[in-house]
Design a binder for this molecule. Structure first.
Ligand code: ZN
Ligand code: ZN
Length: 156
């Protein structure tokens, strides 16, 4: 395991380090992610917020409207505006954008979600589970990740 993946924005003002492996890695093909990224999908590394160590810079939250009327809080470099991570409702877990890693090839999705809006020319590998909508973390995540999640977000 590479303990300490690093990444950052385009201009270099924001630099971060992940102090452990992520909990789980989503590749999301939903329409919100397509619009927010201007691309076919987003790669999100789910990880406890306190395991995203800021080495430089101060990403600023920007609330982006989603189709369901809610907002998604996206943290962007104040200078170049590249999105480095976001929150989905709960601040305890960050969704770090895989493309901002120094080595984006060093991670691969554990699951593909919202495959119902996947672009036709994107072919998913048989080896990775895919779901039409969201996935159930309880059945999919490794036990160690579920325990880590429970530690920061007790379920009851
Ligand atoms: Zn920047
Ligand atoms: Zn999405």
């Amino acid at each position: 395991m590479s303990d300490g993946r690093e990444g950052g924005c385009a201009c270099g003002a924001v630099r971060y380090r992940l102090t452990s492996e992520p909990l789980f890695i989503h590749c999301c093909h939903c329409l919100n992610c397509q619009r927010q990224t201007g691309s076919a999908f987003v790669i999100n590394l789910l990880i406890e917020a306190d395991r995203v160590e800021l080495l430089a810079g101060d990403p600023r939250p920007v609330d982006a409207p989603r189709d369901d009327g809610s907002n998604q809080r996206i943290f962007r470099c104040p200078t170049c505006q590249v999105a480095v991570f976001s929150e989905y409702g709960r601040p305890e877990v960050r969704f770090v954008r895989g493309g901002t890693l120094d080595d984006p090839a060093g991670v691969a999705p554990d699951v593909h979600i919202f495959a119902r809006s996947k672009l036709d020319w994107v072919t998913l590998p048989d080896s990775v589970p895919a779901f039409e909508a969201y996935c159930d973390s309880k059945t999919l995540w490794p036990t160690a990740s579920l325990e880590r999640l429970e530690a920061v977000m007790p379920s009851a």
